[in-house]
Design a protein around this ligand. Sequence first.
Ligand SMILES: [Zn+2]
Length: 185
Amino acid sequence: MTIAVSPQALPALVLNADYRPLSYYPLSLWSWQDAIKAVFLDRVNIIAEYDHSVSSPTFSMRLPSVVCLKTFVRPARNPAFTRFNVFLRDKFECQYCGSEDDLTFDHVIPRAHGGQTTWENVVAACAPCNLRKGSKLPKEAGMLPRQKPYQPTVQDLHNNGRLFPPNHLHESWLDYLYWDTELQP
Ligand SMILES: [Zn+2]
């Protein structure tokens, strides 16, 4: 499982004013167009650049690969409740059988029984397990998730994120991302 980042898109990694990524999940990236706009609005400093330039008849500049906000933004306490983050909390494993294939969401208490779509009631489940469980309660189905679903902290996701680094990281980003520095031999 990887985070899809197209290298052709030449996105800029966005750092908070403390030089840490504005967010990890998803990784804070701006399109080069947005990054340049922010440079001209004087909202960011350029920390590193791509070799690639954009130019018009009157102007040329290298595209920023890392930018840093001039004003500190208080980071979100809790990670966003997203499909990706649920999978990351559950380490991309079906919470019933451990399979890594064909992952879907399962409502532990089914929606038909009033189950909510929340951190505490949604787990990663492979399609066959999800189908088998259907709209039965965990006890009826004899299927309990391996780990009780919970609201993770940003730190929980960081810890799991080390196991699943993105598939594309520009070299200029590496100084600012934990999974490089901590995985160095
Ligand atoms: Zn399964």
